[in-house]
Design a protein around this ligand. Structure first.
Ligand code: NAD
Length: 389
């Protein structure tokens, strides 16, 4: 079968970026290792003293950056959009105009290292396809900038570890784009797990019908199909319901593909289970072939539960029911008709982490945990066996 793929230019760009990145990483890790004794590399708090709001640069000006993060940055209290990084000069020009960004705060992937000399920018939010998260995280960390990187954190366990190591060596904070941890509805999973738990039986379904060809169905760039893109939300829900405990074993099976030419490289629909150390289980499905966004967790008797009947993992509170009735946290103000307050809360919290020298709940370690689970899920899918995490 002819292998449809990303446009050649995109693939060339991708490989070129990785080459630039690898060189920078090789040079930069040495630099970072010297950071602690180099007086020109200040601690985060020194650099930030006296600033009212922290400056944010978005790197990768695609759909999520434009549609959710830039609007969210119009409502943040602790940080503001001050810069942008892109391989497309026309996007930089448009963002400069739309968000009134100074020319000196605009960077390309080629001159990204110069960001180290720019005191306006405190953290960089990386919003590229997943395989590029490590390269840009490490380059930004080596330039002394804190990093918030989108989910999934990376496409391999080793890359996640390298990101964590680079941020530690450069003494910068790292967080992964798990916006749900800042949403009161999602937080209720963990709170109820303590109050009426442990939750022993979890189920979930996350899917959308995939329309256009894009990096999301290219395994090299995305790391897989709906597994890392959507299954990661189910993993997040299940681990939260289990009390932020990781599963010890997984099983997985992909369903027959209805569009095999389209999903030549990745699964189309994936059923998987997670087994937790206390015997709790999660059973769920993620798909690029049906629309769903649900999650339910119940305790051993089934008497106490939390049930996200819609929008479990997307924006907006949806309908969340517990055995005591529907949850009704106040709705948040919208920006341009969007519910991007989860993103705003996350970025404000990350700014607070930087200012108060604490770690984000959506940590690099959590991102690493999830990629370990995804890796085990793919191994289980490949072998048909139960796989230990
Ligand atoms: P997108 O394709 O719209 O944007 C990706 C951006 O990266 C584009 O600006 C593109 O030009 C740039 N890019 C740089 N190098 C590239 C390359 N080699 N190939 C392709 N693009 C390249 O994608 P998106 O939907 O904005 O997703 C970006 C990231 O955000 C992904 O990691 C995705 O998982 C994540 N995301 C998270 C959420 C969430 O709710 N947390 C929602 C959507 C997307």
């Amino acid at each position: 079968m002819k292998k449809p793929n990303l446009q050649n230019s995109s693939r060339r760009d991708f490989l070129r970026q990785l080459t630039i990145g690898t060189a920078a990483v090789a040079g930069g890790i040495g630099l970072a290792a010297r950071a602690q004794t180099n007086p020109t590399i200040q601690t985060a708090l020194d650099k930030l003293s006296g600033k009212k709001k922290l400056g944010v640069a978005l790197l990768g000006l695609g759909k999520y950056a434009s549609g959710e993060l830039a609007p969210a940055l119009q409502m943040t209290k602790n940080c503001e959009l001050v810069g942008a990084v892109s391989g497309h000069p026309e996007k930089l020009a448009a963002w400069k105009q739309q968000y009134n960004l100074p020319e000196k705060n605009l960077y390309t992937y080629g001159n990204l290292e110069k960001i180290k000399d720019n005191p306006d920018i405190d953290f960089v939010y990386i919003v590229t396809p997943p395989a590029l998260h490590p390269v840009y995280t490490i380059r930004c960390a080596n330039a002394g900038k804190h990093v918030l990187t989108e989910k999934p954190m990376a496409t391999t366990v080793d890359d996640c570890q390298a990101m964590i190591d680079a941020c530690k060596a450069a003494n910068v904070k790292l967080s992964v784009g798990y916006r749900l941890h800042f949403d009161p509805y999602f937080k209720e999973i963990g709170r109820l797990a303590k109050e009426v738990g442990p939750f022993m039986k979890m189920t979930g379904d996350r899917g959308f019908v995939f329309g256009n060809r894009a990096w999301r169905v290219d395994k090299l760039i995305a790391g897989g199909g709906p597994g890392p893109d959507l299954g990661i939300y189910l993993i997040q829900g299940a681990c939260a319901a289990a009390g932020e405990v990781a599963p010890v074993a997984v099983t997985a099976k992909q369903r027959p593909k209805e569009r095999p030419d389209f999903f030549y490289d990745v699964e189309e629909t994936l059923d998987f289970t997670l087994e937790f150390p206390n015997g709790a289980t999660f059973t769920g499905v993620c798909s690029y072939n049906h629309v769903s966004d649900t999650f339910r967790a119940e305790n051993a008797s089934g008497k106490n539960f939390i049930d996200f009947q819609q929008h479990a993992f997307s924006y907006g509170p949806g309908t969340v029911v517990t055995d005591k009735g529907p949850l009704q946290f106040p709705r948040q103000p919208q920006v341009d008709g969007k519910n991007c307050y989860q993103q705003a809360w996350h970025m404000d919290d990350f700014a607070d982490c930087i200012l108060n020298n604490r770690e984000s709940v959506a940590s690099g370690e959590m991102g690493l945990r999830d990629i370990k689970i995804i890796t085990a899920i793919y191994e289980a899918m490949r072998t048909g066996q139960k796989v230990s995490v």
